[in-house]
Design a protein around this ligand. Structure first.
Ligand SMILES: Cc1cc2nc3c(=O)[nH]c(=O)nc-3n(C[C@H](O)[C@H](O)[C@H](O)COP(=O)(O)O)c2cc1C
Length: 328
């Protein structure tokens, strides 16, 4: 059985984390629960949720999973203190943060009995987060879906591993299958954090059109949406600037490379965008997804995705050993 220190720390069987999938749409507790029940770690996103909704999400996941571990994610866009308070009261196994300096959140999480997982996109952020005492680091490459930086996963992961050892690092961005997990382990990571692959799962409550767009996309259709800074909330602190990656739509094609034209119309276009996302029409506007979309060809139940990643990784690692033995 493929077990890493990450599994022991988080109390999970497989080193596979479902990355939080947040926004003005509802991903639903079924996906989170399915991943945790399959032995991975599911993540509840809190973006555009109220504290009461977050409490209900946590209760729903607990109802479906019993006492299995899961994560709840917050972001600094800006940080919503009411949501942080609700999450810490509920005390999930893991509090995860993206898009900002952890600050005193690490200590508060520890006081509430939660482990703290920080997503970083540069080595500098990783070093700062290590100094703040985080328990697990997610190194997210720029090919990832949602908000990511500019450094690719293959370059970033080993650099973060070296910079923060012995803190366990999880690789994110571009990973869909067991080859990705095997590669991540070779880079020194102890697991993977996967977003787009789980977005196109049976349990994710997003529209079928969004899932089908993932299935049909080529990797190069997942573009960095350079004008999004004018339309969606951004991290409130310097040094954590990221640009969302989404599948091309008519809306994106119309405005890509034209941030200066979008800026004066930010209110009108931003309202149009948020309405569309809230109505389940992300696929017409901003279907967040990573370059990994090019390698996703079917919509599967989340448990099958977890099992596939683990089995394929074991096979990939065994193949590598077998080839080496043949050589010599
Ligand atoms: C639709 C969507 C929404 C996301 N929302 C969040 C979020 O709220 N918080 C967060 O930390 N990461 C978020 N992410 C990033 C994912 O959790 C994950 O880190 C990323 O998708 C990994 O790259 P991959 O898509 O190549 O697997 C989101 C990604 C997508 C595709």
């Amino acid at each position: 059985l493929l077990t890493t220190r990450l599994c022991l720390l988080l109390g999970i069987e497989h080193p596979v984390i479902q990355g939080p999938l947040g926004g003005p749409f509802e991903i639903g507790p079924e996906l989170v629960a399915a991943v945790s029940n399959a032995g991975g770690l599911g993540s509840i996103a809190t973006t555009v949720r109220t504290p009461d909704q977050v409490r209900a999400d946590i209760a729903a996941v607990r109802q479906l999973t019993g006492d299995r571990p899961f994560a709840v994610n917050v972001t600094r866009r800006p940080l919503d203190e009411a949501i942080v308070g609700a999450v810490l009261e509920e005390g999930p196994a893991v509090l995860s943060l993206a898009l900002g300096d952890p600050g005193d959140l690490v200590q508060r999480a520890h006081e509430a009995g939660c482990l703290f997982m920080e997503q970083v996109t540069t080595v500098r952020q990783a070093v700062e987060a290590a100094d703040a005492g985080v328990d697990v680091m997610v190194a997210q490459g720029g090919e990832g879906g949602g908000f990511s930086g500019s450094v690719g996963t293959l370059a970033l992961v080993p650099q973060v591993v070296d910079a923060v050892a012995p803190i366990p690092v999880v690789a994110a961005g571009g990973i869909t299958d067991g080859r990705g997990l095997a590669a991540a382990l070779m880079l020194g990571a102890e697991g993977v954090n996967v977003g787009t692959r789980f977005l196109a799962s049976a349990e994710a409550r997003v529209s079928d059109e969004w899932k089908l767009a993932v299935i049909r996309a080529e990797a190069e259709d997942a573009v960095k949406v350079d004008f999004a800074e004018h339309l969606v909330p951004r991290p409130s602190e310097g040094g954590w600037l990221t640009v969302p990656r989404a599948l091309r739509t008519t809306f994106i094609d119309t405005w890509l490379g034209r941030a200066s034209d979008v800026a004066p119309r930010a209110d009108e276009l931003g309202a149009e965008l948020m309405t569309a996302l809230g109505e389940g029409r992300a696929h017409e506007y901003l279907p967040l997804a990573g370059q990994s979309a090019g390698g996703i060809h079917e919509i599967l139940p989340a448990a099958e995705i977890v099992r596939g990643i683990v089995t394929e990784a074991e096979q990939a690692l065994a193949r590598f050993v077998a080839v080496r033995d043949e050589d010599g």
